[in-house]
Design a protein around this ligand. Structure first.
Ligand SMILES: Cc1ncc(COP(=O)(O)O)c(C=O)c1O
Length: 381
């Protein structure tokens, strides 16, 4: 990763932990962070855990990227940082945001979890901000690991110490479970037991989400916010989909993560090819520029839930949906709302994020079902 990005990289057990370390280092508690409302709820909870107040940003309705031109001038002096999302791998306008942050004397922190391999203005996403974070659970599918990267190599020791203080001790059972999981999942898929297995995991308290967003539990969340910054107080929210996100990684995990990472270029080529295929369909709204190796391609369909149901029947699971936007999900008690929410609502409602590795099959299922492209764009704002 250091070679790819040309900057210092620190291994972290998960992207979310890397993000927590970055937010704690760069943002004084009580500060406000501009972020995308169409984002995984876990990122929202990590921002809250760092003792910060999320401010939801206006978005471009075509790809869910941040729209800096729609951020009111009066908001900039009130911000402590900007956090990009690079949703599904589509780059946020990093050069403009970096320039705006520099003028406001605040850090730009890039979440490149979905955007390993994406470029913006000819440079890799994740090389514009003071810090960026990557997840090895997405393209590389290692289900563990990530990187915190930094522009100033002089901060490496301080951030290493901050990371190490947050690591949970290694547990042999957890290492074994990590090793066994892909085999167990393959067996479950082979036996067509996936829905039963998901129900069992929910009963065992291993799965927080029933559907798109996890339950907010506002009373408990309010109590956690009152003691933030404090990652432990947010454990129930921060651990979603990855219960050992703070685990110190042993040899088993590191060996698998390393093996997956060495195949990254091949994986990126496959994502680029699938992205090209999906962007040529009637449901896509491609932007000019090079084809990115997207993590998911957000097709824009008229009836997202119908399209998702049709795909589920064909055993194509659609995940990484972020609907409703975070300001509608969490409300004013926990976030400043977007000054222009219509575009985010429209995008969240119509985006159908498709795995480019399943492009051909997905297109065939959608065409056979007569799924219609989304019409028009957001009204309002
Ligand atoms: C945009 C985004 N950032 C960060 C993360 C967290 O990554 P990790 O699971 O490696 O902590 C996710 C998880 O899905 C995500 O969707």
């Amino acid at each position: 990763m250091r070679r790819r990005l040309g900057r210092e990289c620190l291994y972290v057990p998960s992207c979310r932990l890397g993000l927590y370390v970055a937010l704690r280092h760069w943002c004084p508690p009580g500060g406000r962070v501009l972020m995308s409302p169409v984002n995984d709820d876990v990122i929202f909870f990590v921002v809250l855990a760092a003792g910060l107040r999320p401010v939801q940003a206006p978005l471009d309705p075509h790809d869910g990227s941040l729209d800096p031109a729609a951020v009111p001038d009066a908001l900039w002096p009130r911000l402590s940082a900007v956090l990009t999302t690079n949703l599904y791998g589509n780059p946020d306008p990093a050069p403009e945001l970096a320039d705006r942050c520099a003028r406001s004397n605040i850090p730009l922190i890039e979440d490149a979890a979905h955007a390993i391999g994406s470029v913006s203005a000819g440079r890799p996403v994740g090389t514009f901000g003071q810090a960026s974070v990557f997840s090895l659970s997405k393209h590389t599918a290692a289900k563990a690991g990530g990187f915190l990267t930094i522009a100033d190599p002089g901060l490496r020791d301080a951030l290493t110490t901050a990371r190490d203080e947050l690591l949970a001790p290694r547990r042999t059972g957890a290492e074994l479970a990590y090793w066994a999981r892909p085999y167990a999942e393959a067996a479950v898929r082979g036996l067509r037991l996936a829905p039963t297995a998901r129900a069992a995991l929910r009963l065992l308290g291993q799965q927080e989400r029933d559907d798109i967003r996890m339950p907010l539990r506002p009373d408990d969340l309010g109590r956690a916010v009152s003691v933030a910054p404090n990652l432990a107080a947010f454990h129930a929210w921060a651990r979603v989909d990855m219960h050992d996100y703070r685990a110190s990684h042993g040899r088993t995990r590191l060996a698998r993560v390393t093996r997956k990472l060495t195949r990254l270029d091949t994986v990126l080529d496959a994502h680029r090819a699938g992205t090209r295929t999906l962007l040529a369909t009637e449901w896509a709204r491609p932007k000019p520029g090079p084809v990115q190796p997207l993590f998911r391609v957000p097709l824009l369909v008229e009836d997202r839930d119908a399209a998702r149901a049709v795909l589920a029947r064909a055993r194509v699971t659609v995940g990484y949906l972020y609907d409703p936007p975070l300001d509608d999900y969490a409300g004013g008690a926990f976030t400043d709302p977007s000054p222009a929410p219509a575009a985010a609502r429209w995008f969240a409602q119509h985006a159908l994020p498709i795995d480019p590795l399943k492009a051909e099959r997905t297109i065939a299922v959608l065409r056979a079902a007569g799924i219609r492209p989304a019409r028009g764009g957001p009204a309002g704002d």
